[in-house]
Design a protein around this ligand. Sequence first.
Ligand code: CA
Length: 235
Amino acid sequence: MRHLPRVLIVEDESAIAELIAVNLRHNGLSPIWAEDGERAQREIDTVLPDVILLDWMLPGQSGVSLARKWRADPRTKAIPILMLTARTDENDKVSGLDAGADDYITKPFSTQELLARIRAVLRRRAPEQAADSVSVGPLTLDGATYRVSLQGAPLKIGPTEFKLLNYLMRHAERVHSRSQLLDKVWGDHVFIEERTVDVHVKRLREALGAAGVMVETVRGAGYRLTAQVQVTIGG
Ligand code: CA
């Protein structure tokens, strides 16, 4: 089954959070509510959301400082962040975007507007379309040139393995089930068997050479790309 996009709502005002959550749920999204940065971090540590709705004014850490923190963390840096704010000052908008927010929405907003913005950031951040480069441990992938290198040395990799690696690197340290990988890498209209994923994972490991150990099998759960293993190059 295709997983519903998880939307983490970081908002201290419960009435607003609840209203957003109800609307998201009715529109095929899976909302999770955190009332401050600390709780939001706990949610993120458990399961990565697909998009974060981040209130500007929060008790404790501000929305801007949270955005900055999540952008700096390799585990969360690819998650789209949509800032929610009551402010209309152009300078605030600029500092929100400078902190790494993908978009900005001013309260009060309509449900339709919010949904449109969420869908837009989800589309923009789709792994297939990401053209920037990403690094995890000694591996670097360049989405624009379709090149993968291991500590600077180029690797030969097939197109499906490239897409798979692209997705795993942009969602590193997270476990993905075979059906999630089929959805995200092959697309949800493609009917192929789950064991096809295993075949491509095997080929991906071979293509990565010494870094093949970074692609871990998590028994009963799926696969994960991790930088928490020793990669011995030329050993
Ligand atoms: Ca607030």
